[in-house]
Write a protein that binds this ligand. Structure first.
Ligand code: SER
Length: 620
């Protein structure tokens, strides 16, 4: 059996024997690149060198890099996707190119001295070519020269065989290597990664960075041609040890065992149990590595911290699915630290911080979760009572279809969506609660309806999800966008109720609430607060279109009142208009229609400083 420790070492030794300098893993949190939240590939810390700067260790490098990828988060739970993973890589900074890279990769994979994988169980893919770049004939011939049968070489387009770290920058065609993980011992004839994505497991990607993609979308050839490769540590262990999934490797299995112990379930139990255990192990392992990094961050509502928060919450939900009642997350974190501490010693130093942060978040979310459950009970009871009064008979009917339709009226997809948004309350939990009230639901139909709400919401706030959140854990960006628009409605409502002299003095938005400071001499009366709240809700109900115009600042200032020093605005400004109710200079983003904001509720009014009042409000 190959262990993770052996594989890491072999990889680095092999490339050292080919003249590469071994460089340490960089932090998971990029140091000089605010455009990405996490290091997602071994090449990230090397971008300046890929663009031509000299690396102090030379032009041939190799490393084992800690990585976080969140864009595939929904796929975690299958046999191969991971949020945290380690990427083994080798780089040529203008030194060698396609031939050496591929021949070395082949030697490392198949030579008995190294990994000794059976060549008959390997397949590859190459770039097929398009209007931007030609078919990678050179790479194809190199594979043929290594006796790779033609039928095992998939020719695939950019979506598969092209790599770029962001929207622009160094990029190029790649060739990927796959291992057969199908039921039969050897691959079926004619099978390759182009026609079978399930039974071929990608283990290694070699990118040939020969272009620089420019902002206008064109590709210019790079002066320095580089190689950027990435081999997945756990995936390769699956290939070497014949495991059914990445969770059986020695970097995951102790975590799964701990979850088995805590939950009393067995991993082998059922597909559903397995999925929950995988998600818990994956998410808490990723959390531990992010929080325990030397530049680590704890859970919060912004940036990396928000990713951490979502990971922990999702793990807790799946813990609930497994029937785990008490705090358990920090115990999985402890296991993770044991697994990795020899490789990443910073985990020892940061251990207390990691365990405390995770524990705190878990306790907090458990109470949110309980509040969410109370809220859904409130909705259900209220609706049932209304229906009882209206029909004078207690439904639900016994016919399952009528019953399911009835249930959808008890908790509408919209309400379900709001619960999801405000409490992180997942559909499965809503179903569970309905079941407690003896209500039946057509899960598929409900899911479809819920999905429509979700999509509607996403479309509305597409412009709200900042580039940085593209990584998959959509949520914060979208909620904050809503609060942003609600803030504009609030200011106009205050102007209507208290007078045009009211100006913004401060604003702060989180995924949970908005906070707004404005000048006003006295405490607002209950009546005034109600008027403001009602007016905002009226404007939400009217579902007014939110329009954005770009214009020169001086022109905008002729018609738009501003709360701040006009000179602080850029030459070209964005003006957001909500019908004729609100117009403000603002960078955005905003929702497209006010209708999506839901119910606006002022939760607090207080003094902020002399002559300045503060309102906190939520959207439900
Ligand atoms: N950058 C490429 C990838 O992430 C190869 O390392 O797949």
């Amino acid at each position: 059996m190959f262990t993770s420790v052996e594989l890491r070492q072999k990889y680095l030794d092999f490339f050292a024997s080919k003249g590469h300098a071994v460089v340490p893993s960089a932090s998971l949190i990029p140091e000089n690149d605010p455009t990405i939240l996490f290091t997602t590939a071994g090449m990230h810390p090397l971008v300046p060198y890929l663009l031509g700067e000299k690396h102090p260790a030379g032009d041939k490098l190799t490393s084992c890099q800690k990585c976080i990828r969140t864009q595939d988060i929904d796929e975690v739970g299958d046999n191969r996707h991971e949020t945290f993973f380690e990427m083994l890589g080798n780089w040529s900074l203008g030194a060698y190119f396609k031939k050496e890279a591929i021949e070395w990769a082949w030697e490392f994979l198949t030579d008995k001295k190294w990994l000794g994988l059976n060549p008959k169980k390997l397949a590859v893919s190459v770039f097929v070519g398009d209007a931007d770049a030609r078919f990678d004939e050179e790479v194809y011939s190199i594979w043929i020269g290594l006796d790779m049968p033609e039928e095992r070489i998939a020719k695939l387009p950019k979506t598969n065989n092209w790599w770029i770290a962001g929207a622009t920058g160094p990029c190029g065609p790649d060739t990927e290597m796959f291992y057969w993980v199908g039921e039969s011992e050897f691959p079926l004839s004619g099978s390759n990664p182009g026609n079978d994505e399930v039974n071929w497991l990608e283990i290694w990607n070699n990118v040939f960075m020969q272009y620089n993609k420019k902002p206008d979308g064109s590709y210019e050839p790079l002066k320095q041609k580089n190689v950027d490769t990435g081999m997945g540590l756990e995936r390769t262990l699956v290939a070497l040890n014949g495991y059914a999934d990445v969770f059986q490797t020695d970097t995951f299995w102790p975590l799964i065992q701990k979850i088995e112990e805590i939950s009393g379930h067995e991993y082998a139990g059922s597909a559903e149990i397995r999925r929950s255990m995988r998600i818990i192990a994956d998410h808490l392992r990723a959390t531990t590595m992010i929080v325990g990094d030397d530049r680590g961050v704890g859970p919060s509502n912004v940036e990396q911290g928000y990713v951490v928060r979502r990971l922990i919450r999702r793990a807790i939900r799946h813990g609930r699915t497994l029937g785990i009642k008490n705090n358990f997350c920090s115990r999985i974190a402890e296991e993770t630290i044991k697994v990795f501490v020899r490789i990443y010693p910073e985990l020892e130093k940061n251990k207390n911080f990691v365990l405390e942060e995770i524990n705190k978040e878990e306790s907090k979310f458990r109470s949110t979760l309980e509040n969410g459950i109370k809220e859904i009970d409130r909705i259900i009871n209220k609706k049932l009572k209304m229906m009882d009064t209206a029909t004078a008979v207690r439904w639900p009917p016994s016919d399952p279809i009528a019953r399911s339709r009835f249930t959808i009226n008890v908790v509408t997809p919209r309400e379900a969506f709001d619960l999801y948004q405000s409490y992180g309350f997942p559909l499965e939990l809503i179903n569970e609660e309905l079941a407690r009230h003896a209500l039946l639901i057509d899960a598929e139909e409900f899911k479809r309806e819920f999905g429509k709400e979700y999509k509607k919401h996403q479309e509305v706030s597409r412009m709200g999800s900042e580039q940085k959140f593209k990584g998959g854990l959509a949520g914060t960006g979208e909620i904050e966008t809503k609060y942003h628009t609600a803030t504009h409605l609030l200011l106009s409502a205050l102007n209507n109720v208290l007078g045009q002299g009211v100006l913004q003095k401060g604003s702060n938005i989180t995924a949970e609430r908005l906070r707004f400071d404005f000048n006003y001499a006295e405490k607002l009366t209950t009546e005034q607060l109600k008027q403001v709240e009602d007016l905002v809700n009226k404007k939400i109900k009217e579902d007014i279109k939110v329009e954005m115009l770009e214009m020169p600042r001086d022109e905008a200032l002729k018609t738009v009142k501003v709360s701040f020093d006009p000179n602080k605005y850029p030459d070209i400004v964005k003006v957001y208009k909500i019908g004729d109710f609100s117009v403000e200079l603002c960078g955005g983003p905003h929702v497209e229609h006010t209708g999506v904001l839901g119910q606006f509720k002022i939760t607090k009014e207080e003094a902020s400083s002399a002559g300045v009042r503060r309102i906190k409000a939520v959207l439900r």
